[in-house]
Ligand binder design. Structure first.
Ligand code: 4NP
Length: 150
């Protein structure tokens, strides 16, 4: 299974999603390839936001190996599943999809916990206190996905 996590900047939410899914996959002995990207390029090459690094570390997940990169159309071929964090990411990624097969790979990550509700992971960039809630939402979503695939 190859999974790509996508948000806007690839420094706050999708690095957490990548780290959490990788951690859980390893715990279950699953040889999955997991990566993350941003629809925007402003932060390309940067480490995850220090607040994402801190909450992940507190929960036992290391994300300091990650560097931000921009989503590109080749990712539709490289990955089996493309999980987006919010409805804006969803439309931005779907706009780049060239085929129905590509479109079918894209889903809101919170559909794993709340199917059909079109819920977004809130952008915590301007909210220092939002990171733990984001971590917990992603942890639950990744847990549900793994449970369905082991
Ligand atoms: P992310 O959060 O999409 O979860 O990485 C953001 C990071 C940076 C910005 C916006 C959202 N920004 O505008 O720079």
């Amino acid at each position: 299974m190859k999974i790509l996590m996508v948000c806007l900047g690839n420094i706050c939410r999708s690095p957490l999603a990548e780290g959490i899914m990788k951690h859980k996959a390893a715990e279950h002995g699953l040889d999955w390839h997991i990566d993350s990207a941003g629809t925007g390029s402003w932060h390309s090459g940067q480490l995850p936001d220090r607040r994402s690094i801190a909450i992940a570390r507190q929960k036992g997940v290391d994300i300091t190996y990650q560097r931000a990169r921009q989503f590109h159309t080749g990712d539709f071929e490289q990955f089996d599943m493309i999980f987006v964090m919010d409805t804006q990411n969803l439309s931005d990624v779907l706009r780049l999809a060239a085929t129905p097969a590509h479109r079918e790979k894209v889903a809101l990550i919170l559909d794993q916990t709340s199917p059909g509700q079109r819920l977004s992971v809130p952008d915590p960039y301007y909210d220092d206190n939002g990171f733990e809630e984001v971590f917990n939402m992603l942890d639950e979503a990744c847990h549900h996905f793994i449970q369905r695939h082991i």
